[in-house]
Each structure stands twice: as C-alpha cells, then as structure tokens.
Design a binder for this molecule. Structure first.
Ligand code: SF4
Length: 411
C-alpha cells in the first residue's frame, strides 16, 4: 500500500476525533529550523467553538486491539486497515508544512499490542520531527492511558498539546460500550499530565530552566449522543475535568453512526445543534459565571435546542431585566443575552467616562436589535413586561434551522 492510500484511510479514520484545536501555543520553539506556531506563512482557521482546521490530522494506524463499540476502528470492525511508519508521518508533515497546507500535526492511533508500544511510536514521530528536522510547528499528540510515565514525559517534551480522551460522559457509559477502558486509568493519566504541567510551570516561575512540557496544556474529547446520558451529566463531567484535571478544553463530539454498530447505539447522529449548545453552556460555565444548576436541572436535564442557554436563562428570569448598563456589576452584565466578555469589559471602561446612552452601546458594537429588550440606558428604558410579549419571545426563539443566536457577541 502506498503512502497516499494509507493517507486516505488514516486521515478518514481520524476525522472522528474533535480534540485538535491548536490554540494556546504562543511562540515557536527556540532553535527550530522549520515550522512556526505563529501566524506567518500559515493560515490559522478557527471555527467559533475554537477548533483549528489547519492541522494534518491522522492516525498512526487504525488497527486496534480494543473493541469500543462506538468506534469505527474497533477490532471487530471490517474497515480497511493501514499503518504509517514513523518516517512516513514525518515526511508527510514536513511536505505539507512546506506547502503551507497545514499549521501542524495532530497524531493519534489505535492501540497496537499495548499502551507502551503504541505510545513509543507516537513519541518517535514527535521526537524525529523536533530533533532531526528542527521542526518548530505545532504538534498535538494523543496519549494512551496506562502508558509509562517516561513516555508521557517525553510526549509532553516534544508536543505542544497532549490529550487523553475521556470518551464517554459517565463511567457507566464506558462500562457499557468500552469495557476494556477504565475511567480510573483515563483520569489517572490526566492527573499525571496535570502534575507534570504544574511542575514545569512552578520550575519556570522559580527561575529554573525546565524543559517544556505540553505548553498548550491538555485537552480531551467526549462523545455525546452515543448513550442516553443527558446534558446535565455531560456538563458535570466537563466541569469536573476543568476544575480537577485542569483541562484546557473539553471537546464535545456528536456520535457518528458506524457500519454494523451494536444495537445499543443510536441509528442517527444527534442534531449538530446539541454539540453547539454544549459548547455554549461550557463557555457560560467557564467565562460567564454561570453555575451548572442554572443551565440544567433534574427536571430539565437537557439544554434547549431551540434557544441558546444564556437566552434561555434570561427568559426564565425575566424579573432581572432590563439591566441598567450604567450601574449593573460585571457579573450581571455578562448575563445579558447578546453581550460577550469583551463587550462587557468595553462597557465598563466607557461608563467610567460618561453615562451611556443607546447610541453609545451601538458604537461599542453591541448587537442592539437583540440587546435592547434586556438593557436600560440613560435614554432607553424598556418596560420589563415587554419580555412577556409573545411576539418578542417568538422573535428571540429562532427555529433551529434558521441562523442560530450567537452567545458570543461579535466583540
Ligand atoms: S481504543 Fe481508540 S481506536 Fe481503539 S477501538 Fe477504542 S476508541 Fe477506537
């Protein structure tokens, strides 16, 4: 099989992995001769949820000894198989990089023989790129739970970002669909990575010249919609990973039906908008001061697909609006549908100098047609009963098929 045939198989096999944003790496490695993580000569293309689309995203191999039911590469799947050598991945990365097709490499793999054997091969690619070719571009390596500490240390030394997939939202889901994987192993790997990231940061802060360890942090991916697990549990797991394992990002990946799938798996992919709502809720929890129980409750454990979670919260708390933008604290300003973090910060700076009017908000690039119902300014005082008006509520509830409301103001 030639390299192009392998590439067709192994790039296709990697498309199910969503956890490959390249954000976070701020500078090119010192002493490198090719490749840059900065913006020159390569196009960084981020989707609104932060994914970068300019990586060579491949598997080292799609052979796998595991039988995760949701995965097209599981041992019982009859897909065509292929395996790259270290040199083939290195050559492809450098060639694509030189042609400016990619910003970097995202490399994952099915599990061959065992965790250490697989990890050795992943690390060899990164090491060869960095040491033999002086490659300074972005590398994201997937790490394998239960791989040795030495291999994880070396992976973090050469890669900008490393990740371990949490796979499914709950331990119960994992037992059902991926019995060879253990939640405790996955979380232990995440903890080991976190400890190394923290140690490296502490050494640097103390003035020691410590070798780099995954400067863009660690991320993970969670498949949603493969089991009936509701958004409340998905977001609770994400919250746990952000707070306890210091994840840089949790990626939500809608389950894609695969050929000859287990009968317990759904026949259809969940609506894409569910993924989008989860990202919006994730953002609210991390940057907007929302608590999980404000977005999902035992009585309503799934996010509303028709309306973004911030607007849904506002419509359930109409008594808190309109918010006086000249007086409200930052926390309350962040709860106004249509206002993003940057816009809120601009409002706070501007109101120190003058009492804000509607025109001032427009000049601050506030999406006025949406925000006007929720804010009061010196010259604009909407009646709070306006939010009860059925036409207004309909206007703020666009159908899923129409353009989705943006949680993140174009700031
Ligand atoms: S270990 Fe990874 S590649 Fe192998 S079957 Fe499970 S999800 Fe697929």
């Amino acid at each position: 099989m030639n390299v192009h045939e392998k590439l067709a198989i192994l790039a296709d096999a990697a498309k199910y992995d969503a956890s490959c944003a390249s954000s976070g790496s701020k500078s090119t490695r010192p002493g490198s001769r090719i490749g840059s993580t900065e913006g020159m000569g390569i196009c960084h293309s981020y989707t609104p949820d932060g994914r970068c689309v300019s990586l060579l995203k491949i598997l080292l191999t799609n052979y796998c000894i595991y039988d995760c039911q949701y995965c097209v590469n599981r041992i019982t799947s009859d897909v065509p198989r292929a395996r790259f050598s270290t040199d083939e991945v290195v050559r492809l990365t450098l060639e694509f990089y030189r042609r400016n097709y990619i910003e970097g490499l995202f490399l994952s793999s099915g599990i061959i023989q065992d965790a250490n054997y697989t990890m050795e091969h992943l690390v060899a690619v990164a090491r060869t790129l960095r040491v033999e070719h002086g490659y300074g571009g972005y590398i994201h390596l997937k790490t394998i739970p239960r791989a040795s500490g030495e291999l994880i240390a070396e992976a973090g030394r050469w890669a900008d970002r490393i990740s371990v997939n949490i796979e499914l939202p709950t331990e119960h889901d994992l037992v059902q669909l991926a019995p060879e994987k253990k939640r405790s192993d996955i979380e232990q790997s995440m903890t080991d990575i976190k400890v190394r990231i923290d140690a490296q940061r502490d050494d640097r802060q103390a003035g020691f010249s410590a070798p780099p360890f995954a400067p863009a942090g660690q991320s993970t991916q969670m498949i949603v919609g493969a089991t009936p697990t509701p958004d409340a549990d998905i977001l609770a797991t994400a919250h746990h990973l952000y707070s306890r394992r210091k994840m840089r990002r949790v990626y939500y990946s809608a389950y894609s039906p695969i050929p000859h799938a287990d009968a317990r798996l759904p026949a259809q992919t969940p609506p894409l908008v569910r993924e989008h709502r989860l990202y919006q809720a994730d953002w609210l929890l991390r940057f907007y001061g929302f608590q999980l129980e404000e977005l999902v409750t035992p009585a309503k454990p799934n996010l509303d697909l028709d309306v973004d979670p911030k607007l849904a919260w506002a419509l359930h708390h109409r008594e808190q609006f309109p918010v006086d933008v000249n007086r409200a604290d930052r926390e309350m300003l962040l709860r106004i549908p249509g206002l993003g973090v940057k816009t809120v910060d601009r409002i706070i700076v501007s109101r120190r100098h003058r009492t804000l009017r509607a025109d001032d908000l427009r000049k601050l690039r506030v999406p006025w047609s949406r925000v006007q119902h929720f804010v009061a300014t010196a010259d604009h005082k909407p009646r709070s009963q306006l939010l009860e008006c059925p036409q207004l509520v309909r206007k703020l509830h666009p159908k899923v098929s129409s353009r989705q409301l943006s949680l993140f103001a174009e700031a």
